[in-house]
Design a binder for this molecule. Structure first.
Ligand code: 5GP
Length: 200
């Protein structure tokens, strides 16, 4: 198991409906040392790829995206899920069905923050059905930007988001890939991972 899989195995809780709770290090309290390690691993995997911007969606993708943007020395933009009164810019708008809230949400990015010459790396904490990633791809494409890759901390391979994004030709890099989880036994099985430079 790699460093993230080890942490999931020790601290993760499986909830009904294929939900993994990792609130004590990623989704509520944040373990900065671990998130830095995740960001370094993504930077290593995309070394040599020209990236001009990191794009994520609020809320939990922001921590990873910020640290990755710092390493890559590029700006980070996070898509918002609600209109705010203090932002009057024109916006790119897409929709995603939220896996955790079980509702359709708008995904918004102000037009000045993405441009047609951007080379974008999409970042998120989880990949399940791929709704959030697809909304971010849609927004990047509305701006005329290119999507160079998708960085995911935890991919739940039993759901089909990763498979459909790879089939569509996107480079998806995940650090922990869950093959199967079981609420009754609290067991989590991972797919075999690759070697990692920043392995703990
Ligand atoms: P998708 O859009 O790929 O179906 O789901 C990804 C989004 O839903 C992520 O942004 C993440 O916030 C949330 N999500 C999906 N599955 C889980 C899960 O098992 N645990 C947590 N904490 N969030 C999840």
């Amino acid at each position: 198991m790699n460093f993230l899989e080890q942490r999931i195995a020790s601290d993760g809780k499986v909830y009904p409906g294929d939900v993994l709770k990792i609130d004590n290090f990623l989704n509520h309290q944040i373990d900065i040392t671990l998130i830095k390690q995740i960001a370094r691993e993504f930077a290593y995997r995309f070394e040599g790829t020209h990236i001009t911007k990191i794009l994520t969606i609020e809320a939990s993708g922001i921590a990873i995206a910020t640290l990755l943007a710092d390493i890559m020395r590029v700006p980070m933009v996070f898509a918002k899920k609600a209109e705010t009164v203090n932002c009057t810019d024109d916006k790119y708008i897409s929709q995603a069905f939220s896996f955790t809230h079980k509702a359709q949400t708008n995904v918004l990015v102000s037009k000045p923050y993405l441009s047609h010459d951007d080379k974008i790396l999409i970042v998120d904490d989880f990949l399940a059905d791929g709704q959030a990633a697809k909304a971010l791809i849609d927004i990047a494409q509305q701006a005329g930007a290119s999507v160079e890759g998708i960085c995911i901390a935890v991919e739940k391979s039993q759901q089909k988001g990763g498979e459909s994004l790879r089939k569509a030709g996107f480079r998806v890099e995940s650090i922990a890939r869950i093959e199967h989880m079981d609420y009754q036994t609290q067991s989590i099985k991972f797919l075999q991972g690759e070697d990692m430079m920043w392995f703990a």
